[in-house]
Design a protein around this ligand. Structure first.
Ligand SMILES: Nc1nc2c(ncn2[C@@H]2O[C@H](COP(=O)(O)OP(=O)(O)OP(=O)(O)O)[C@@H](O)[C@H]2O)c(=O)[nH]1
Ligand SMILES: [Mg+2]
Length: 481
């Protein structure tokens, strides 16, 4: 493969996370092999980073350096150490590398280094500056290539400062701290900016890359938020007519429709963040092959998300978990509790014709209950945040923890009221059999009856249309990022 753009060798001691760094920068969880065993990468492997479809950087993953002491003393033997002659000693070693089979891995690294414009030198910041690392640095200095030291494992990296001081002593100031298993947007940008500083002629092409990555990120965040907002509208506004005797059956159908919609959303998020082809099992993320491993209507799901179901749970269970029975546009629970408001509803409906109101009275609707809507919001949001900060090298298993769940947005009750009042905002209702004219009339009556319910809130200034509501939800989701 011919190298395009800036050629960067990723070098360092074995197990410092070189291959992990490539995965994260490439957004490719399938690149190379990662393992906690030392000596995992055995050959140099290249991969391109593109901006506007043009290769801007070619990264070369290299095997880990293992015997730096042996290599350094050999290089000193071969070349002596008069200043400037360093690179000659490397060339001499490479010319006779066959004589040193014990240094075969090291030879591959040095050969690649000489063919590159710059190197990322990876350091495990949990490790002190042992002699073997100082020897590595001495060898790399012989290659006379610009170096960007990358401090990895910074979460537990107690020796960061010692390493930084050492790098400064060697005149290496462009140090970056970058946990390769975390996707750190700012860290990645700093890494690219160091290349700009060290390789001035490539400044513009790297800037294009930085800008494109920023735009990609904005688009991913926004796209992810839109998927979630649309899901909420679809499910929140969804309402099906439940004829007497068919309620159980209808409730099951409703649950299935909602499950499918929620899983589709998860699948879209995984694809958007390029985690779709990773063999994510239920052990790594609670989403496996785009399906949530814990069913939405399993009571444990609500518990896991810290959603308090309150008094509604028992009533819901009678119809189907997560399903509310609504009478004339109101939840049964709400209707019985708030007799006065029910009166207002009937009043409003009656104004639309007593005939219609009479029919309306007899009709019952099923919809997804509020705790379940909250659960959908919380766990899709959790997935969005998780994927947004997950490096493609991450092997970390993640579980949802109730204490990590954010508060619901202030506008939540307004959104729910709106959705309840707009069954026509959900395309999921289609497929429930033909909506005949009576049904359409009923929905209109229910809608206006429900909007009457919104009237008492004098300060109500919620969104007026479906797309305005989606926009507001997207903003709430993005504000959290
Ligand atoms: N917690 C944590 N683990 C990491 C990080 N970077 C790498 N690892 C883990 O460290 C181990 C080694 O990572 P690799 O990417 O295979 O390291 P390498 O430098 O390519 O190793 P060799 O190819 O053997 O030289 C793997 O188990 C990674 O999951 C990090 O920033 N944080
Ligand atoms: Mg490796």
């Amino acid at each position: 493969m011919s190298a395009k753009g800036v050629r960067i060798a990723v070098v360092g001691h074995t197990n410092t996370g070189k291959t992990s760094l490539l995965r994260t920068l490439l957004r490719d969880s399938e690149f190379g092999e990662i393992s906690s065993r030392p000596g995992t990468t055995r050959h140099v492997e290249a991969a391109e980073i593109l901006a506007a479809g043009v290769p801007v950087i070619t990264l070369f993953d290299t095997p880990g350096l293992e015997d730096s002491m042996g290599l350094l003393s050999l290089l000193e033997e071969l070349g002596g150490r008069p200043q400037g002659a360093g690179i000659e000693s490397i060339r001499r070693f490479l010319a006779s590398a066959g004589d040193y089979p014990q240094l075969a891995q090291e030879a591959k690294v040095l050969r690649q280094l000489l063919a590159c414009d710059l190197m990322f030198y990876l350091v495990d910041a949990r490790e002190p500056l042992l002699g073997k690392y100082l020897d590595e640095l001495a060898i790399l200095a012989l290659a006379a290539r610009p170096v960007v030291p990358v401090l990895n494992f910074i979460e537990q990296g107690h020796y960061q400062d010692a390493w930084r001081r050492q790098f400064a002593r060697l005149g290496l100031h462009a140090v970056v701290a970058f946990d390769t298993v975390v996707y750190d947007r700012e860290g990645e940008k700093r890494l690219y900016q160091k290349i700009q500083t060290l390789l001035e002629p490539h400044y513009d092409s790297i800037q294009r890359l930085i800008d494109e990555r920023e735009q990609d990120w904005q688009q991913r965040r926004r796209g992810g938020a839109e998927h979630i907002a649309r899901l909420l509208v679809e499910v929140g506004a969804l309402r099906v007519r439940a004829d007497a005797g068919l309620q159980q059956q209808m409730a099951e159908q409703l649950q299935n429709r909602v499950r499918r919609a929620e899983n589709n959303c998860a699948r879209s998020l995984l694809a958007l963040f390029r985690f779709a082809d990773q063999k994510l099992t239920g052990e790594v993320l609670p989403v496996s092959n785009g399906l949530w491993t814990l069913d939405l209507f399993d009571p444990n799901t609500l518990k896991q998300l810290g959603v308090d179901v309150g008094a509604g749970a028992a009533k819901g269970a009678a119809i189907g978990a997560g399903i509310d029975l609504m009478v004339g546009g109101m939840s049964l629970g709400l209707a019985t509790g708030l007799g006065a408001l029910v009166g207002a509803t009937w009043g409003a409906a009656r104004r639309h014709g007593s005939d219609l109101a009479a029919r309306l009275r007899g009709h019952r609707f099923l919809c997804v209950d509020e705790p379940t809507l909250r659960a959908i919001w919380l766990r899709q949001r959790w997935l969005l945040e998780t994927l947004d900060t997950r490096g493609h090298a991450s092997q970390r298993a993640l579980a949802i923890k109730p204490e990590q769940m954010p508060a619901m947005p202030d506008a939540w009750p307004v959104w729910i009221k709106l959705l309840r009042a707009h069954p026509d905002w959900s395309t999921l209702s289609v497929g429930n059999g033909p909506i005949d004219s009576i049904e359409a009339g009923l929905q209109a009556a229910v809608r206006s009856a429900s909007s009457e319910l919104l009237q008492p809130d004098a300060g109500f200034s919620g969104p007026k249309t479906r797309s305005a509501l989606v926009r507001e939800m997207v903003m709430a989701l993005q504000g959290s990022g």
